[in-house]
Design a protein around this ligand. Structure first.
Ligand SMILES: [Mg+2]
Length: 120
């Protein structure tokens, strides 16, 4: 079973994505701030990270930078799911190694899950 970590501080989104991903046969874990998220990434192996950018303590940009520094995490696939939708932000996310950048308002959770199935 593919294992997905969701780093997202909006409990409503965590809930809906956890439900949708489980319905699609994925195993999931969630962290609601950047610090907890990084800790989970170092403790356990994941096939994909769904990463929010605006987060308490450590934001998504810092998490992406940390991931690229850690030997064990370099190959982790990351998709960004954020409200930040300026061109520079999308470019920054992809430049830091995210495989996809989704703007929250443009996709339903079901559409995102379909995209995830194509990635892992
Ligand atoms: Mg957020």
């Amino acid at each position: 079973m593919k294992n997905i970590l969701l780093i997202e501080d909006d409990p409503f989104l965590v809930n809906i994505y956890t439900t949708k991903l489980k319905e699609s046969g994925f195993s999931t874990d969630a962290a609601n701030d950047g610090e907890t998220g990084l800790k989970k990434l170092k403790e356990k192996e994941f096939d994909l990270l769904i990463l929010d950018i605006v987060l308490p303590h450590i934001d998504g940009w810092e998490i992406l930078k940390e991931i690229r520094k850690e030997d064990g995490l370099k190959d982790l696939k990351v998709i960004i799911l954020s409200n930040l939708g300026r061109k520079e932000e999308v470019e920054k996310g992809l430049g830091l190694g995210a495989v996809k950048y989704f703007i929250k308002a443009h996709y339903t959770p079901s559409e995102i899950v379909e995209e995830i199935k194509k990635i892992i």
